[in-house]
Write a protein that binds this ligand. Structure first.
Ligand SMILES: [Zn+2]
Length: 274
């Protein structure tokens, strides 16, 4: 089945706009672009992140995960509403088998660069565990037409083949974050994750080059290696993450917002994870 819709994706990214921006400022810009279309990111829903070098309170260089603070809206969020977390302290959680929400929130609070930063989203660990520098999680209407459909997993396989990883429904929290992180590492050819009854996870290389050509669904049968055109930036296979390599921020293309729902189409109810 050919599900491609030429021209369905409009790339709003303007390289001139982010000239001179820090990674954090560019993250805010990218988030605003996502939130500008409510069929991609509903009010307060979704979360975005970037991983970048920075300084802690002692001036030491550290790896920082900047992730949307809870309660902010992607359409209007500014740089000061993202939470900075010391990645070296967060990533060891990959070794855990389980963690309650309360335990996770308390642990992440202790990883913040400063105590007065906003509390991170309940899906903060999802962003930490995906081994790429830019991660976006949204609930696009068009994507959720598949994620929430009866037989959605089979439909996704038919549309996207190995480019998509399907995660059966589980409520947001530690276990979902770990499942997504492991799935991305175990499927180096995957370009995005579909969360059943929930939404989409995409990733990319440094912000300035993350939003080039949109992806198109596979035109081959399930499991086929025949795929639609790739972003040229995605074909740097030598720099793909290795399974279990939690520290590697490697590039692939970003298929964000690959499709949009037609105007007037009924919105699906999805779990918000703001
Ligand atoms: Zn969500």
């Amino acid at each position: 089945m050919d599900t491609r819709t030429p021209g369905a994706t409009k790339n709003l990214w303007d390289a001139g706009e982010v000239e001179g921006f820090s990674e954090l400022e560019a993250l805010a810009y990218r988030s605003n672009l996502l939130g500008a279309d409510r069929s991609v990111a509903n009010f307060g829903g979704g979360n975005t992140s970037t991983k970048a070098k920075g300084r802690d309170h002692l001036g030491r260089e550290v790896d920082i995960l900047w992730v949307k603070g809870s309660g902010s809206d992607l359409a209007t969020i500014k740089a000061d509403r993202f939470t900075g977390l010391k990645l070296d302290e967060v990533l060891p959680l990959m070794e855990r088998n389980s963690m309650s929400d309360e335990e996770m929130v308390a642990y992440l609070a202790s990883c913040q660069l400063r105590p007065d930063m906003p509390r991170g989203s309940i899906e903060t660990l999802l962003h930490a565990f995906v081994p790429y520098p830019q991660v976006d999680h949204t609930h696009p209407d068009a994507v959720n037409m598949i994620c929430c459909a009866r037989g959605g997993e089979e439909l996704a396989a038919e549309c996207f083949g190995e480019e998509a990883v399907w995660i059966p429904y589980i409520r947001p929290g530690f276990t979902l974050s770990k499942q997504v992180g492991e799935a991305v590492r175990d499927n180096p050819d995957a370009r995005f994750v579909l969360l059943a009854k929930h939404g989409l996870v995409t990733w990319g290389r440094p912000t300035r080059r993350a939003t080039r050509a949109p992806s198109r669904p596979s035109t081959g049968p399930p499991g086929s290696s025949r795929r639609g055109p790739r972003n040229l930036l995605a074909d740097d296979r030598s720099s793909r993450p290795r399974p279990g390599d939690a520290r590697s921020f490697w590039p692939v293309s970003c298929p964000r917002c690959a499709e949009r729902s037609p105007r007037g189409q009924a919105k699906l109810r999805t779990r918000s994870c703001a």
